[in-house]
Design a protein around this ligand. Structure first.
Ligand SMILES: CC(C)(COP(=O)(O)OP(=O)(O)OC[C@H]1O[C@@H](n2cnc3c(N)ncnc32)[C@H](O)[C@@H]1OP(=O)(O)O)[C@@H](O)C(=O)NCCC(=O)NCCS
Length: 508
């Protein structure tokens, strides 16, 4: 019996037979890793049919359509594995539950980027490298101070990553002679990759803390030494007096401020959970941007912008706004009825890959209890629990396999820890820099080299048509006729009255 199974495995033909009914031709498509190569379909050609438009390009090969990347693998990766049906998440093979329980964030960072958990010697090299790279050039203060007092911290942080790249010309392959080597992942690029990893992880906390402090009109803090990654981050956010400013060494029991150890560990676990999630929207954006070979700082800035959308990293902020709008547990049924009428979205529920509970949501729920034991429970917790329990029993959500994702609880923890709501996505970006770098590095060093990510489209617009002179054109409906307000233009109502000629008219 066992032998039969083994021999049938050997005999199995790992291919797909495709019959093109337009031509009667049959094709054999290879299957590897349960995947068929989309470029193969370009070899399937047919003469244009009666219903084809010239823009369908039937003679030039079949195209594959996948709006929103529902079933398209864009890269081979050894970094993170998600089994969405069974609620499994592993970094480089290690279950997320074990990493969250036993590892530090920087150990996980090493694991994600380099492929194995660090030895003691490797960790004692990696940790100080990252932490020492946290220091920013003093000029950066001017950059941060250029933002308005009420600028969203994500606007500041996204810009800050691109700004960071301006300090490292050597990181920009288009300014280097070894562009070709970058493409091949040759030795010319590896040392720069290492530098970029240390810098970007190290400076992510510094940039985030600067974005936080500038809005409060407070001085910036030089990253301390002698603290872990997350402790240093909390220090940079909350350090107050000048008596303990810029400490070069810290001793336990000294007069210097040390962040609360429960909050440090909670943030470390949250950072582990947020460090990577395979081909999510922002990681894909980093790879898409990185594929044209800009410097990694620009690619990370692009990822940061992508993460900010409420369907991705902005969801934890959206969850709190939703809970505030619901107000109290007795309003939950009414809210869920509105979701089912498609008037509202249940933020923090649903996921493109998970069709059961997100495994991170169980870990985060436990972290929430530990944090609440120190900070006191958030007043919205009861509403959150009522919403969570009701949605999990409701046929609408059950039938669509909508379960809580990581963002459902994380916002409540951040709120209990005293972070302003618009800072929540920043707390997602800082750890996700690690995942972005891991994916970017993997792509840059791939032995086949980097291919620019240039997807196809299905053109459904007008076919070729003659040019229309200005006087003969038909107006397009829906485009406003009134001039829009140009913010900051200085064109006031008083000026417009003069410019529109009402002075002249009133004199008549
Ligand atoms: C994450 C998300 C964008 C995934 O989107 P997706 O994979 O494209 O899923 P779909 O939009 O195809 O959802 C399938 C069905 O569930 C519904 N649905 C999905 N998420 C929903 C939600 N949060 N609330 C209400 N209905 C939801 C959709 O309306 C759709 O219903 P239909 O089949 O009757 O049209 C989506 O679930 C969502 O918007 N969630 C809320 C935002 C969030 O928490 N994001 C953080 C993700 S970690």
């Amino acid at each position: 019996m066992g032998q039969d199974t083994a021999s049938s495995k050997v005999r199995r033909d790992d291919s797909l037979t495709v019959l093109d009914n337009r031509t009667g031709k049959q094709y054999n498509v290879p299957i590897k890793h349960n995947t068929i190569p989309a470029p193969f379909f370009k070899t399937i050609r047919a003469p244009s049919g009666p219903n084809d438009r010239p823009e369908d390009e039937s003679e030039r090969g079949l195209r594959v359509s996948d709006r929103g990347f529902l079933n398209t693998a864009v890269i081979e990766s050894s970094i993170t594995y998600i089994d969405g049906d069974n609620g499994i998440l592993r970094y480089r093979g290690y279950p997320i539950e074990q990493l969250a329980a036993k590892s530090s964030f920087l150990e996980c960072a090493y694991l994600l980027i380099y492929g194995s958990l660090p030895t003691r010697a490797q960790l004692s090299y990696f940790e100080p490298e990252v932490l020492n790279h946290g220091v920013m050039h003093a000029d950066a203060a001017g950059f941060f101070r250029a933002f308005r007092y009420d600028a969203h911290p994500m606007a500041i942080l996204t810009s800050a990553f691109a700004y960071l790249g301006s300090y490292y010309r050597e990181a920009n392959p288009s300014l280097q002679e070894y562009l070709h080597e970058w493409c091949k992942g040759g030795p010319g690029c590896t040392s720069e990759h290492g530098q970029a990893d240390f810098r970007l992880i190290g400076k992510a906390t510094t940039l985030a803390a600067m974005a936080y402090r500038v809005r409060q009109g407070r001085e910036f803090v030089v990253p301390p030494t002698g603290m872990s990654y997350t402790e240093s981050f909390l220090f940079q956010l909350d350090h107050l007096s000048h008596s303990d400013a810029f400490p070069t060494t810290l001793t336990s029991g000294g007069a210097t401020y040390r962040p609360h150890p429960v909050l440090v560990r909670a943030l470390d676990i949250l950072f582990i959970l947020h460090a990577d999630h395979e081909m999510n929207a922002s990681s894909t954006t980093v790879l898409q941007t990185g594929s044209s070979l800009p410097d990694p700082y620009s690619a990370i800035a692009a990822g940061c912008a992508s993460l900010y959308g409420p369907l991705h990293g902005g969801a934890n902020e959206a969850v709190i706004r939703m809970l505030v709008s619901i107000g109290s547990p007795e309003n939950v049924p009414e809210f869920l009825a509105a979701v089912k009428r498609r008037e509202k979205v249940l933020s923090g529920f649903g996921h493109r890959v998970y069709k059961t509970s997100d495994p991170r949501s169980f870990i985060i729920r436990k972290v929430a209890d530990e944090v609440f034991a120190v900070t006191g429970a958030d007043p919205l917790l009861n509403t959150a629990m009522a919403l969570h329990d009701a949605a999990l029993k409701d046929a609408y959500f059950v039938s669509r396999k909508l379960a809580p994702n990581v963002d459902f609880w994380s916002g409540l923890i951040y709120r209990a820890m005293g972070f302003p709501m618009d800072f929540f996505p920043v707390l997602f970006v800082v750890p996700r820099v690690v995942g972005w770098l891991a994916h970017w590095r993997q792509m840059m060093l791939s032995p086949e080299g980097v291919k620019i990510w240039r997807p196809r489209q299905i053109y459904v617009g007008p076919s070729e048509r003659p040019y229309v002179p200005l006087e003969e054109r038909q107006g397009v409906e829906g485009i406003g006729k009134e001039p829009s307000v140009v913010v900051h233009s200085g064109i006031t109502k008083r000026r417009r009255l003069v410019e529109e000629g009402s002075v002249a008219k009133s004199k008549l």
